[in-house]
Design a protein around this ligand. Structure first.
Ligand code: HEC
Ligand code: HEC
Ligand code: HEC
Ligand code: HEC
Ligand code: HEC
Length: 163
C-alpha cells in the first residue's frame, strides 16, 4: 500500500512539465494553427523554404497565405487582419518561439541534410500543435549532446567564431 502511494506520488510529479527551457506559448498576432494547416496537406518547406545559405527557416510571406485565404474563411476577423496586412505590404509580426543569441552559428539547411535529424528532433511534433511553444531545449548543452552522439565536430569554434 505504501509502495502504491509512492508510485502515485511519482506519477503526479512526472506530469509536471517544468524543465527550465520550456516556455508558455507567446500570444501571436493571428492565431495560426500548424495542426489545421498540416491537415490541409502543406509541407513545412512550403512555408519555411530555407533560402541559401540556409541559416534561416524564415516565415512565410502573406502572399503564401493569401493563395488560399482570398477565398477560404474570408469572413473571419483573423483572415481580415491577414488580408489587411497583405494589402498594405506589411509582414505579420510573428512572435519568436525559438531564438539563440547572434554570436552562435547555426544553419538549418546543414542540419536538415544530416541523417536522422528532422524538424521534429529540434522543435517537437509541430504538425500536431494548434499553438506553438518552446518545448525542446536548444541551449549549448543540448547542441553539444547531439553532436557527440552523431560524431559531429564539437570544438568551441564550430559554433563560436572570432571572425
Ligand atoms: C501554412 C504555412 C505553414 C506551414 C505549412 C508550416 N508552418 Fe511553421 N510557422 C508558420 C507561421 C505563420 C509561424 C509563426 C506563428 C507560430 O509560431 O505559430 C510558424 C512558426 C513555426 C515555428 C516557430 C518558429 C519560431 O522560432 O518562432 C516552427 C519551429 C515551425 N513553424 C516549424 C514548422 C514545421 C516543422 C512545419 C511542418 C510540419 C511547419 N512549420 C509548417 C507557417 C507554417
Ligand atoms: C538541429 C536543430 C534544428 C532543426 C533540425 C531544425 N531547427 Fe528550426 N530552429 C532551430 C534553432 C536553434 C532556431 C533558432 C535560430 C536562431 O535564433 O537564429 C530555429 C528557428 C526556427 C524558425 C524561426 C525562424 C528562423 O529561421 O530562425 C523556424 C520557422 C524553424 N526553426 C523551422 C524549422 C523547420 C521547418 C525545420 C525542418 C525543416 C527546422 N526548423 C529544423 C533548430 C533547429
Ligand atoms: C493551402 C491552403 C492554405 C494556406 C496556404 C494557408 N491556409 Fe490558413 N487555413 C486553410 C484552411 C483549409 C483552414 C481551415 C478552414 C476551416 O476551418 O474551415 C485555414 C484556417 C486558417 C485560420 C483560422 C481562421 C478562422 O477564423 O477559423 C487562420 C487564422 C489561418 N488559416 C491563417 C493562415 C495564415 C497566417 C497562413 C499563411 C502563413 C495560412 N493560413 C495559409 C488553408 C490555408
Ligand atoms: C539532433 C542533433 C543536433 C542538434 C540538436 C544540433 N546539431 Fe549541429 N550538427 C549536427 C550534425 C549531425 C552536424 C554535422 C552535419 C554535417 O557534417 O553535415 C552538425 C553540424 C553543425 C555545425 C557545422 C555546420 C557546418 O558549417 O559545417 C554547426 C555550426 C552546428 N551544428 C551548430 C549547432 C548549434 C548551435 C546547435 C544548437 C542550437 C546544434 N548544432 C544542434 C547535429 C545536431
Ligand atoms: C554545437 C554548438 C556549440 C559548441 C560546440 C559550443 N557552444 Fe557555446 N553556446 C552555444 C549556444 C547555442 C549558446 C547559447 C546558449 C543560450 O543562450 O541558451 C552558447 C553560449 C555560450 C556562452 C555564453 C554563456 C552561456 O553559457 O550562455 C559561452 C561563454 C560559450 N557558449 C562558450 C563555449 C566554449 C568555451 C565552447 C567550447 C568548449 C563552446 N561554447 C562550444 C553553442 C555551442
Amino acid at each position: 500500500m505504501r509502495f502504491c502511494l509512492f508510485l502515485m506520488a511519482a506519477a503526479v510529479f512526472a506530469q509536471v512539465p517544468s524543465p527550465k527551457y520550456e516556455r508558455p506559448a507567446p500570444e501571436q498576432p493571428i492565431p495560426f494553427s500548424h495542426k489545421t494547416h498540416a491537415t490541409v496537406g502543406l509541407a513545412c518547406k512550403q512555408c519555411h523554404p530555407m533560402p541559401d545559405p540556409g541559416d534561416f527557416a524564415t516565415f512565410p510571406a502573406t502572399s503564401v497565405c493569401m493563395s488560399c485565404h482570398r477565398e477560404i474563411k474570408k469572413d473571419s476577423p483573423h483572415i481580415a487582419k491577414l488580408a489587411a496586412h497583405h494589402a498594405e505590404g506589411k509582414k505579420i509580426p510573428w512572435v519568436r518561439v525559438y531564438r539563440i543569441p547572434d554570436y552562435v552559428f547555426f544553419n538549418h539547411q546543414q542540419h536538415n541534410a544530416a541523417p536522422g535529424v528532422s524538424c521534429e528532433t529540434c522543435h517537437g511534433p509541430v504538425a500536431e500543435r494548434a499553438v506553438l511553444r518552446r518545448e525542446r531545449d536548444l541551449g549549448m548543452q543540448s547542441c553539444m549532446e547531439c553532436h557527440r552522439a552523431k560524431n559531429a565536430k564539437n570544438d568551441c569554434k564550430l559554433c563560436h567564431d572570432q571572425r
